[in-house]
Design a binder for this molecule. Structure first.
Ligand code: A3P
Ligand code: MG
Ligand code: MG
Length: 380
């Protein structure tokens, strides 16, 4: 039985379609004007090396090298002998972001010389990937999620908890599925160089420990956000716009041969692609379309700002405004329920498709995710 907090009456009870203890994901409730979403500003970046060690700099950035319009990239090459896979049983939670925050605190506390000057001037700290899941929830029919929230020194930290279903799916992956998860990284290796002047090296090792992450600040309605997301590569033109506008998201997808496949691509894949890149202000996705054998046979660039026009002819399609309004209302809901400022209290928000978002409260439990090194440094 989940514990409910004492204060159960919401500020807008009676006028609001949501009760104060749960939040609906029904699309109709979020079809209103697009909320304010400020242009995301990059406030920093960090890198994770081949052993997943943190560096407070951009050493892992890669440069996009445009391939032929009709490439012949074999995405299966190297899967058996040149692939080092990150150990995904290690749950890193928010740790890398927290390390970045400690190293860059002076950039973030803007409240001047008051007693609270060490507090962050931010409402929410999280990973971009968690926000992507919120944006797509009104259209998601398969995978639920659990998000752990802790309020600490006025800021709400949001970290994902793996669901039982996700853990089962991970354990029961087929060999084909395991291999297909490699294909996206292999595509990155065919299209990215390590320096401005070098070429991609398809003969090298694919190591998924390595990552370059941008840290951006923005505001959604009245929520001040700080989040980080992995960036695949950047434009190598020295005259390219400043980050995040110079970043490029790489994707692979099955070749589109029928109208039905095109419709599914618009309805499901473009939703995920749009949500992931719109959040940090990454302006384009470069896609490689592959055949059944895992060979990339076509390339296409999708500017994020054009995706909402591309999908308008689809019947009953997803709408960016629904995604953003749901996310905004979710964050309001979190502010409303997660009232106790305490690093050892976790509000666990759970959602399954076709259900409402519900929550439970946990004290000194295994759900706690703010590490001692972070709490101590932020308190001193
Ligand atoms: P594709 O998206 O081209 O399939 P990202 O595109 O977010 O940069 O992720 C890089 C690659 O990681 C993906 O390439 C895919 O191969 C793999 N990947 C990412 N998220 C995944 C997930 N939830 N399940 C399976 N594979 C995933
Ligand atoms: Mg990536
Ligand atoms: Mg990618």
């Amino acid at each position: 039985r989940p514990n409910r907090p004492q204060n159960q009456s919401g500020p807008s009870r009676g006028q609001n379609p949501h009760s104060s203890l749960s939040l609906s994901t029904r699309r109709e409730l979020y079809e209103r004007d697009f909320p304010v979403y400020k242009q995301p500003v990059e406030v920093g970046c960090f890198s994770l090396d081949s052993e997943r060690r943190f560096f407070n700099d951009g050493r892992q950035i890669r440069y996009y090298v445009e391939p032929d319009r009709r490439p012949n990239f074999d995405l299966r090459d190297g899967y058996k002998d040149r692939f080092i896979k990150r150990d995904d049983s290690v749950k890193e939670k928010l740790d890398h972001m927290l390390r970045w925050i400690l190293a860059n605190r002076s950039k973030l506390s803007a409240r001047g010389t008051t007693a609270s000057s060490c507090d962050l001037d931010i409402d929410f700290v999280t990973w971009r990937g968690h926000l992507t899941k919120l944006l797509t929830a009104p259209y998601e029919t398969r995978e639920g999620w659990q998000l752990a929230v802790t309020r600490f020194r006025g800021t709400l930290y949001i970290s994902e908890v793996e669901t039982e279903a996700a853990r089962r799916d991970q354990e029961n992956r087929t060999e084909r599925h395991e291999e297909m998860m490699y294909w996206g990284y292999k595509f990155e290796q065919y299209t990215c160089a390590d320096t401005v002047h070098s070429r991609p090296d398809p003969g090298g090792v694919v190591n998924t420990n390595e990552a370059f992450c941008t840290v951006v600040q923005t505001r959604l309605a009245d929520h001040r956000l700080l989040f980080s997301g992995e960036v695949d590569c950047r434009d190598k033109d020295p005259n390219a716009p400043a980050a995040p506008a110079c970043y490029i998201e790489l994707k692979t997808s099955a070749e589109i041969c029928t109208p039905k496949q095109r419709s599914n691509f618009h309805r499901f894949k473009l939703l995920k692609w749009w949500a992931q890149s719109f959040l940090p202000g990454v302006p384009r996705v470069v896609a490689g379309f592959r055949d059944e054998e895992g060979v990339v046979v076509a390339m296409e660039t999708f500017p994020i700002s054009k995706i909402s026009h591309l999908i308008k002819n689809e019947h009953n399609c997803w709408k960016p405004t629904v995604c953003m309004n749901f996310c905004s209302d979710f964050l309001s809901f979190v502010k409303h329920i997660a009232t106790e400022d305490n690093p050892s209290v976790v509000y666990l928000l759970s959602w399954e498709p076709r259900r409402d978002v519900t929550f439970s409260v946990h004290r000194d439990s295994p759900y706690c995710f703010l590490p001692h090194w972070f709490v101590e440094e932020m308190t001193s």
